[in-house]
Ligand binder design. Structure first.
Ligand code: PLP
Length: 427
């Protein structure tokens, strides 16, 4: 049960789940005591009462779990083999490829399954960029934005020829600066669809138009790892040559990604091995993972129109409650279109890490900026690029909702967050 009692148990700062006073130093309690209700609800298998970190990863959707189960139990087979067992696995992978291609509106032949979003981004930026350099097509410059995920930024760095385009205060790419960065030496332009910290949706149609005019031989890549749950990628990324997805951001399993390319676009593989994925990604297929990713993509596509308004309304209520309850709180990215589940908040005078510990103790799972960045006391490159002063950026909190998020989850956060910030401010 995750209503009523859930929130009252969770959120009293200074008391544990069992109602005893918590240590003043914020020592963590064993929250497994709070887990049975959650476990019975079947929504999460971990003892996490209120999970608002869906941009980090999502629970596996029932449709994905059901599709995967046979491939984790009685069905198996290496899709590269020639006998019946192998052929069955190959058929499953090819059906998954068609399903993903259908969701993206691209030809199945352009869909490459990878080991996650990071690999898909690398394959796009380095694999395609590198191939074009080998083909002698152009100068091989990668143009990208200052707010990309590290998978793109680091891959672009690796090519040795990067131009990073600034963004505005809502993390929207500066189209004039992009215009200035484009030219005949550009091989790849990589602009994400939905930002993983703020949720900003980039004006990808404008980006594609600009690239076609100013750098007609460049390919456009979009990192849509955070996008599929919140936007119709088929429409939003129309005209893009390459699209990256990460299954665990939309109810699929971790460790499965997709790089979907306009069919015919040559991709140079990043690792050597067998001929899988038409030599673009060697290595034995993760059949269960691929099947689960496709099922999650199809389910997301089907349910999105119904869940979007409800998630946006809960997110807005959460943000309004925080702004009303915490002095000097600020929500970022409101001037741009945003993914419905994203709320990026900043609080002056506190450090995110301490806030996350207090929230964790109160049974709320959240993060500060991207998952990879949390743990290090460094201001997020995304927030700095948006012009957020470092002191505020160091006090950021990312709350990311899902279709499964309930009103009780929102109440639980509103119950504990103001007290946590007050406590850290010493007021
Ligand atoms: C925008 C974006 N791109 C790429 C990735 C990397 O995806 P994966 O975790 O599947 O490697 C993430 C994950 O946080 C992301 O948010």
């Amino acid at each position: 049960m995750r209503t009523g009692t859930g929130s009252s148990r969770l959120v009293r700062l200074g008391s544990t789940a069992g109602g005893e006073l918590k240590e003043a130093d914020g020592a963590r309690h064993d929250r497994s005591a709070t887990s049975p209700d959650t476990a019975r609800s079947g929504r999460y298998h971990e003892p996490v009462p209120v999970y608002l970190d869906h941009a980090a990863t999502t629970p596996v959707a029932p449709e994905a779990a059901a599709a995967m189960l046979p491939w984790l139990t009685e069905r198996f087979g290496n899709p590269s083999g020639s006998h019946a067992v192998a052929r069955a696995a190959r058929t499953a992978v090819e059906r998954a490829r068609e399903d993903v291609a259908g969701v993206l509106g691209l030809d199945p032949g352009g869909v490459v399954f990878t080991g996650g979003g990071t690999e898909a981004d690398n394959l796009a930026v380095r694999g395609v960029g590198g191939q074009r350099r080998l083909d002698g097509l152009d100068g091989g410059v990668v143009v990208t934005t200052a707010v990309e995920h590290h998978a793109v930024l680091a891959a672009a760095e690796r090519t040795g020829a990067v131009r990073e385009v600034p963004v505005d205060r809502d993390a929207v790419v500066d189209l004039d600066a992009l215009d200035a960065a484009l030219g005949p030496d550009v091989a790849v332009v990589s602009v994400m669809l939905v930002n993983n910290e703020v949720g900003t949706v980039q004006p990808l149609h404008d980006v594609v138009d600009l690239v076609r005019r100013r750098a007609p031989r460049a390919v456009v890549h979009t990192d849509a790892c955070q996008a599929l749950r919140w936007v119709d990628v088929r429409e939003a990324a129309v005209g893009a040559d390459l699209i990256s997805l990460s299954a665990h951001k939309f109810g699929g399993p971790q460790g499965v990604g997709v790089l979907a390319a306009r069919n015919g676009l040559r991709i140079r593989r990043l690792v050597e091995g067998g001929g899988q994925e038409r030599e673009r990604r060697p290595g034995t297929h993760n059949v269960a993972g691929i099947v689960g990713a496709a099922a999650a993509a199809v389910a997301t596509e089907r349910h999105r129109p119904a869940f979007l308004p409800a998630v946006a309304a809960r997110r807005d209520r959460l943000v309004a409650g925080v702004l009303a309850g915490v002095d000097g709180a600020e929500v970022l990215g409101t001037g741009a279109e945003r993914g419905a589940g994203f709320a990026l908040l900043c609080f002056e005078g506190i450090e995110s890490e301490s806030l996350l510990i207090l929230l964790d103790d109160a049974g709320v799972a959240a993060s500060a900026g991207s998952a990879c960045a949390s743990g290090a006391l460094e201001a997020s490159h995304v927030l700095l690029a948006m012009g957020v002063p470092e002191t505020r950026a160091l006090g950021s909190l990312r709350l990311t909702l899902a279709p499964s998020t309930t009103d009780a989850d929102v109440d639980a956060v509103l119950d504990c967050l103001p007290a946590a910030v007050d406590r850290l401010r010493g007021s």
